[in-house]
Design a protein around this ligand. Structure first.
Ligand SMILES: C[S@@+](CC[C@H](N)C(=O)[O-])C[C@H]1O[C@@H](n2cnc3c(N)ncnc32)[C@H](O)[C@@H]1O
Length: 283
């Protein structure tokens, strides 16, 4: 997506409505709750002096849920940052492009997150690689990164047929290996707002990109298996405690004792895009 379009789409009105539409709404609340749980665990294990940077922080919703933590946000949209400032009045909120390494000091952060597929706003795979390299650079030597990632078969077109990553180990005719490294998609909203050419590398490929800069790279599924994320650490470790937390979460969802507010009807599918696409196909 071009920067001009990001700024045009993420304007004042979009920023005002954003949290209610994309984070606390009925389609996203299970996802948001799981992500908060993952962040809680990552921050907790680093102790009370933890320093956390949220890249493409948008309205600063996630940052605002941890007021006791030393934290900062970075985003290209001043309109989104203006909303972030209201709930996070005393923290650094940096306006800039996540492709720009010089915006953040090297080795300063223990935890870096980048939520709601913000990486997919990059215009090329090279730019996504640069973002991952920047995150690695901005982290301490034992820093960790959490990046929720889009899985097209679940989050875009809701069909069990996944686009294969390895199309051919030995291609017919010309030989050689063929990899389908990513998927590009656009979202044209009913109000005319656009997300054109969002870039989603396949999960396997994202893991390979992360492995260039991180010793530990794991993928996790959460929110009833509708969502995926990458957990990466600069050092060698495991993310066992987070998996245990998520298991407890699915257990509590199964026995109905999870912390999603009970006055809201149960969510049958966790993604607004899936509903939108289904609605369009029915026409
Ligand atoms: C889908 S929103 C996600 C916001 C926030 N992470 C959340 O989960 O609520 C995408 C955000 O990425 C920001 N963004 C897009 N491209 C960016 C870039 N190149 N550098 C920094 N921020 C960017 C947009 O301004 C927007 O706030």
């Amino acid at each position: 997506m071009k920067i001009e379009q990001v700024l045009e789409t993420y304007d004042e009105a979009y920023a005002e409505a954003y949290n209610q539409k994309f984070l606390t709404d009925i389609h996203s609340q299970t996802k948001t709750a799981s992500e908060l749980q993952i962040l809680t665990e990552l921050l907790r294990e680093k102790g009370s002096t933890v320093r956390w940077l949220d890249v493409a922080c948008g309205t600063g919703y996630y940052l605002s849920c941890f007021p006791e933590v030393q934290r900062a946000g970075l985003d290209i949209s001043q309109a989104m940052l203006n909303i972030a400032k209201i709930k996070n009045p005393n923290i650094p909120l940096i306006q800039g492009n996540f492709r720009d390494k010089s915006l953040i000091n090297k080795g300063e952060w223990d935890v870096i997150s980048s939520m709601w597929w913000a990486y997919s706003f990059a215009e090329s795979i090279s730019e996504i690689e640069l973002l991952i390299e920047n995150i690695s650079d901005w982290l301490t030597d034992d820093g960790v990164c959490f990046m929720p990632i889009c899985e097209p078969s679940k989050n875009l077109y809701s069909d069990p047929t996944k686009v294969p990553y390895v199309a051919f180990e030995d291609a017919p005719a010309y030989g050689g290996k063929i990899l389908v490294t990513g998927v590009m998609w656009s979202w044209i909203q009913p109000n005319g707002k656009r997300h054109d050419n969002m870039l989603v590398p396949q999960i396997e490929y994202m893991i390979e990109l992360f492995k260039k800069h991180f010793q530990t790279v794991e993928s996790i599924e959460y929110a009833k298996g509708f969502y995926w994320g990458i957990l990466a650490a600069k050092n060698a470790r495991q993310f066992e405690s987070i998996r245990t937390q998520l298991m407890k979460e699915s257990q509590s969802i199964a026995d109905g004792s999870d912390r999603i507010p009970t006055d809201i009807p149960p969510v049958d599918t966790a993604n607004f895009l899936q509903r939108l696409i289904r609605k369009l196909f029915r026409r």
